[in-house]
Write a new protein. Sequence first.
Length: 212
Amino acid sequence: MIEILGTGSSGSAYIIREQAGSLLLDGGFSYKTLLRRSKGNLPNVMLLSHRHSPASRGEQEYISHRNKVYYGGKTNCRIDANGFYIVLLEVPHSVTCYSYIIFGDEEAYLYVTDTTVLPKLNGMNYLIVECNYSEQDITTDKDIHLKAMETHMSLESLLQQLVGYDFSGMKEIILINPSKLNLDRDRAIAMVQKQTGVVTKMADYKGGYYNG
Ligand SMILES: [Zn+2]
């Protein structure tokens, strides 16, 4: 099960929960907010994608509460604490940034945020992937938006990279980090679902799933 605590520039954090354990993906909120939004059930291990405040705002506070943060390190590491097997991939962004392939007892997940590249993998059950803007929906000044365009995933690029992807075991695609100004969320969800044939959802800014 994938829980959304929040997404976007004001803060991103997600939880993967399985019977055997749970993992926090990024922690872009204060400890208090993370606790409240997870209803007091916050995992004790965080996988951090990169150190930009929407992803890492809560890192230090989270560590100070005796939790563990994984960021980089070995390219292949076993997180024994919660029973997950993690493979990390460095992906292009304006700072060092990682995508994580996460094998739980029950499912295999791919977590990709703040990059233009979707790693192509077989056998994933859940794809948690950034869909930040659409070239068609950009309402802010293009020059200002240029930096985001170079370091974030557009709907168009995502659709292109999903061509030929292995959807045989895929249960859901969860779109994350949508821009408030530069993406028509309904259209993005509909287009990804139509092209892939996989149930597609989008994380909502303040937690939970977007429902129109
Ligand atoms: Zn970033």
